[in-house]
Write a protein that binds this ligand. Sequence first.
Ligand SMILES: [Zn+2]
Length: 457
Amino acid sequence: MKRFDLIVRGGTVVLPDAVARLDIGIRDGKIAELEAELDPADADGSVDVSGCHVLPGMIDAHVHLNEPGNGHWEGFETGSAALAAGGCTTYIDMPLNGVPPAVTAMALRRKAELAAGRSAVDYAFWGGLMPGRLHELKDLMAAGAVAFKAFMSEPGGAGEERFRASDDCTLYEGMARIAELGGLLAVHAENDAITSGLAAKFRAEGRVSARDYAASRPPEAELEAVHRALFFAERTGCRVHFVHISTAEALRMIDAAKRRGVDASAETCPHYLLLTLDDLERIGPVAKCAPPLRDEAERERMWRMLADGFIDFISSDHSPCPADWKTVGPDGSFFDVWGGIAAAQSSLELMTGEGLRRGLTLPAIAKLLADGPARRFGLSRKGRIAPGFDADLAVVDLNRSYVLERDHLLQSHKHSPYVGWTIRCKVMKTFVRGRLVYDEALGIAEPGRGAWLVRSA
Ligand SMILES: [Zn+2]
C-alpha cells in the first residue's frame, strides 16, 4: 500500500501562522504530511496546483438551504454546489426557512434524511429556539444540532409553521436551559419593537423606499438587542453568538462582555464589509437584508474592527429566494420584498481578494473563514491545514481576476449583488476530505460527497 492516496503538489499553503510552499500528503481523507517535497511515487495520485494558494476550505456557519418545504428556493444540491464552487467545504444550515423549521428533533432528522447523498460538501445543522419549544432543546441537541438559533425580531415569512421570534422570556429561559445543556445560542439581534414599530409607521406614511426600509432598522435596534442578549447570557451563563453584526459599536459591546468573562462571539458577512446603503439604492431588492446595509463610514469602521480582531468569523448568511420575491410590487414598497442576500459562492473569493488589498494576511483571512467557525462550533477535525485535520482544501489563484456573471452562479436562483463585479481571485479546485468535489474546468466533480457532521464533545 502506498503512503498516500493523494498528494496536492506545488501549492503555496496557508497554515495557521505562516504561508509556505508545501506538498500536502493525504491519506484516508486526512492531511497526513506537509513537506517541501513529497515523492509522487508514494501516492496513488497527485494533483499539481503550482502557481495557486491552498487555503483551508471555508466553513460557512450561516446558510439557509430551505429544505424541506422550500427546496424550490434553494436545496441541498444547488446550495452546496454553489458553496463548493466558492471554496467552501462545510456549511451549517439554519433552522429556517424550511417547513417545518428545525425546532424539533423530528424536523432535524427529516432534514438530515433529505441532505443525505445530495450535498457536495460536508454539513451540520442548527436547531431553532422558538416560543413554546423549550422542551425540544435537549432532544434537538441529541439529534445532532451543533448549536441553537433564536430571533429577537420577527424573521418574516408566512404560514402557521413559520419560525417565530423569541420574546424576552423565551430568550431568558432558553438561555438558562441551553447553558445547562452546555450548548450555544446564536441570536439575530435587532429590537423587534423598534423595527416593527418603525416599519408600520413608515408604511402608513407611504415612506416605502429602500432608504426608508434601512431607516426602519437603525443601529440602535441592533445595539439594544445585543446589550439585552449579553445581559441574559451573563446572568444565565449561556454561551452566546451574534450573527451578522452590522455595526462597530455592537462589536465593542460584545468585546467588553468577553472581557467580563461572557463566552460570546460575533460574526459579520461580506456584504457589511463590501456594500453600503448607496449600493442598496443602486442594486435594489437583491441587496436587501436585515440588519440593513449601513453607510460608508460604518463599513470602514467594520474593516478596522476586523483588522483589530473584534470579529470571530465571517459567514455568508446565504438567504436565497425566487426572483419574483426580489421584485418590488405595483405598490412600490421595498418593505414587501424578501430580505436576504444570496451570495455564498463569492464569500471566500471576496474576502480573500478584498482582505489582501486592505492588508490582512492570508493566515488571518483563513482564520476568519475556517478556523474561527470550526473552533466555535466544535468541528474539531476541520478548519486548518495541519496534520490530522480533514483534507478540506480550497485551491485559489490569486492572480486570476474575473467579472462575476449570472451564469457562473450554481445556486438555484441566480441573483447576487456582486454580479458584474470584478472579483480579484478565483477558486480553481475544492477538495472535501481529500476528494475533488469542484474543479473550475469540470464544474461539480463529485455531487453528494458531503457527510453530516455532529458536534464533537
Ligand atoms: Zn440568516
